[in-house]
Write a protein of this length. Structure first.
Length: 79
C-alpha cells in the first residue's frame, strides 16, 4: 500500500487567519486530531467574513502564534 501525504505550503499566520475557508482548512485541517471539520467549524464560528467584524478582529488579535491557535481550537471543541 502506498500512502501519499500532501502538505500545504507554509503561510504566515496573519495571512492564514485572513484566508478563505478552504485554504484555512488545507493548512490546519489536521492540527487537532486530524479532523478537518473541526478547523472548518472553528473558521465558520470565529473567522468568517460573514461574522461581526469586531468578533473576527478580536479572534485574530488573540491568536499571535500557532500554539495559541491550537489552544483556541481546543477550547472551541470543549465548549
Amino acid at each position: 500500500a502506498t500512502i501519499t501525504i500532501t502538505m500545504a505550503a507554509k503561510i504566515k499566520l496573519n495571512l492564514l487567519l485572513s484566508s478563505q475557508p478552504a485554504n484555512f482548512v488545507a493548512h490546519i485541517g489536521g492540527i487537532y486530531e486530524n479532523t478537518p471539520w473541526i478547523a472548518e467549524k472553528f473558521y465558520d464560528d470565529n473567522l468568517s467574513p460573514t461574522l461581526d467584524p469586531a468578533v473576527v478582529a478580536a479572534t485574530k488579535d488573540r491568536i499571535s502564534n500557532v500554539k495559541i491557535l491550537f489552544d483556541e481550537i481546543k477550547r472551541f471543541i470543549k465548549e
